[in-house]
Write a protein that binds this ligand. Structure first.
Ligand code: SF4
Length: 212
């Protein structure tokens, strides 16, 4: 049974409840994994992805598949630096399973996104990150209220005491990165992210840009 307290005093206790959350399954949604997240108190940067994929579901660790490797290549961080730098969560945290058509993964429904909002809202209050990186259109919509990548990649946004620097999804499934103009936007976003991480004192190494 899903347990959600009105408020949490620590990320550790929130994570304990989040890791066994079944709120979507209890409403009949066909989840294919338990929640996937990783992070700890004191991290100053947060990555918000869209949802775990099949590899992440198996390992119960975010960003383990090909998209995660591309993201680390963009950031020029090895695994240890990546997971040490970023508190990693997603808009919905359970692998939603394959799409009934057999092509790709089932997109989370608006209701599942709404149910999962609970966890991110409370994490943001407890972690108070200085830098937030929404990755992909679903995450930019959830964090910034902006759906179109063209309208936000390459810009930074003030969110209370934090700055958000959105990135496109590294899976490339949307084809957005096929446009040379969009690759320039990505370069600008990675450069901005480097500045924000440095400003916040959380860049373990120089984050250089590399989009190919
Ligand atoms: S997607 Fe989020 S709200 Fe739904 S069961 Fe998983 S952790 Fe809970």
């Amino acid at each position: 049974m899903t347990r959600r307290k009105r408020s949490y005093r620590s990320l550790a206790s929130l994570q304990r409840d989040n890791r066994v959350c079944r709120a979507c399954a209890e409403e009949g949604y066909p989840l294919a994994s338990l929640p996937v997240l990783e992070g700890h108190e004191g991290q100053r940067a947060m990555i918000v992805g869209q949802a775990p994929g099949v590899v992440e579901a198996e390992e119960r660790r975010p960003w383990r598949g090909r998209a995660g490797r591309t993201l680390r290549r963009w950031l020029e961080l090895d695994e240890e630096e990546f997971y040490g730098t970023f508190y990693c969560v997603s808009v919905t945290r359970c692998y939603p399973g394959r799409h009934p058509s057999g092509r790709g993964d089932r997109p989370a429904t608006p209701r599942e996104i709404e149910l999962c909002r609970f966890w991110l809202d409370r994490e943001l209050r407890l972690l108070r990150p200085a830098v937030i990186v929404p990755v992909g259109g679903l995450a930019t919509k959830r964090v910034l209220g902006i759906s179109r990548l063209d309208d936000c990649i390459g810009s930074r946004f003030e969110l209370g005491d934090a700055f958000a620097v959105p990135l496109p999804h590294p899976s490339g499934a949307s084809g957005w990165l096929n446009s040379p103009r969009n690759r320039v936007r990505l370069e600008a976003a990675l450069s901005l992210l480097q500045k924000e991480l440095s400003r916040a004192g959380v860049a373990p190494v120089g984050v250089r840009t590399r989009t190919r």
